[in-house]
Ligand binder design. Structure first.
Ligand SMILES: [Zn+2]
Length: 236
C-alpha cells in the first residue's frame, strides 16, 4: 500500500521511501511519497529520487490503479531500493497558490453569481476554471475576480481535515457535494477556507490566502452556457 504524504502534510518537501515496484524500468511505485500525481485538473509534481549517489529525475507522476507512479528519466531503480525523494518545491508551491486561487474564484462565483464550476486546469503558468453562467457578462466576471482579490487580502486561513460521511450529509452546506459520492467513500478530505468556502478535495493548498498574491484575468472565453472559461495568472 503506497501512502500519499501530501494528503496530511502538504509542506513536506523531502522524504525517505522504499521502491515497491518497477515497471518498464521507469515507472516507480514507492511505499510512501510526497509527490502529487496529476489529478483533479492539477498538474503533477516533479523532482528527484536519490539512491546513494545516483539521481533519477522524476519527469511525470500519475495515479494508475490507485497507485502513485513516478516516471523517472533513466533505468536502474530496483524493488527494495532505499531512496530519498525531493520534490521541486518552487513548482509545487506555485501549483498550490494557483489551486487555492481557483477555490477562491469558485467560491466567489458560486456565492455571488450562483455559477457552478464545471471544469478546471491548473499548471505552473496559468489557471483555468470553467463555469456555468446564464449570461456571458464580462463586467460581472471581472467584478468577481476583483471580489476574489478582496477576499485574498483578508488572509483567511486554509484548513484541511477529514469529515465522516454522515457529518457531511448532515451539513446543509456540504450535502449537495456528498450526493454524487460513491457509497464506499466513508471519509472525506475537506479544504476549508475559513468563513468563506469548503470543498471536498484531494489537492495541495497554501496555509493562508495572502500567499496567493493577486489574481489577474488572462483571457475570457465563451464556449457555451456550461463552459464560460476564465484563464488567470497570479502575481507576483
Ligand atoms: Zn481543488
Amino acid at each position: 500500500m503506497d501512502e500519499a504524504i501530501y494528503l496530511t502534510d502538504m509542506f513536506q518537501k523531502e522524504f525517505e521511501a522504499e521502491v515497491v515496484s518497477v515497471n518498464e524500468d521507469k515507472f516507480i511505485v514507492l511505499n510512501q511519497t510526497a509527490f502529487y500525481p496529476k489529478s483533479g485538473g492539477v498538474a503533477n509534481d516533479q523532482g528527484i529520487l536519490i539512491r546513494d549517489n545516483d539521481e533519477f529525475n522524476v519527469v511525470y507522476v500519475g495515479k494508475f490503479s490507485g497507485k502513485i507512479s513516478h516516471e523517472v528519466d533513466k533505468p536502474g531503480l530496483k524493488v527494495g531500493d532505499k531512496i530519498i525523494g525531493k520534490i521541486d518545491w518552487k513548482r509545487r508551491y506555485t501549483l498550490m497558490r494557483y489551486h487555492t486561487a481557483a477555490h477562491v474564484l469558485s467560491g466567489a462565483f458560486y456565492h455571488n453569481l450562483k455559477a457552478k464550476i464545471t471544469g478546471n486546469e491548473i499548471s505552473i503558468d496559468q489557471g483555468r476554471i470553467d463555469f456555468n453562467l446564464e449570461n456571458f457578462d464580462r463586467a460581472l466576471i471581472e467584478q468577481e475576480v476583483e471580489n476574489s482579490n478582496k477576499i485574498i487580502i483578508k488572509d483567511y486561513s486554509v484548513d484541511v481535515y477529514t469529515l465522516d460521511r454522515r457529518s457531511v450529509e448532515e451539513d446543509p452546506d456540504l450535502t449537495k457535494l456528498a450526493m454524487g459520492l460513491p457509497k464506499n467513500i466513508q471519509e472525506l478530505r475537506i479544504v476549508d477556507i475559513k468563513n468563506f468556502d469548503r470543498q471536498p478535495d484531494g489537492g495541495c493548498h497554501v496555509k493562508s490566502l495572502k500567499e496567493i498574491g493577486n489574481i489577474k484575468i488572462k483571457k475570457l472565453v465563451n464556449k457555451g452556457k456550461n463552459n464560460r472559461r476564465l484563464y488567470f495568472t497570479i502575481e507576483p
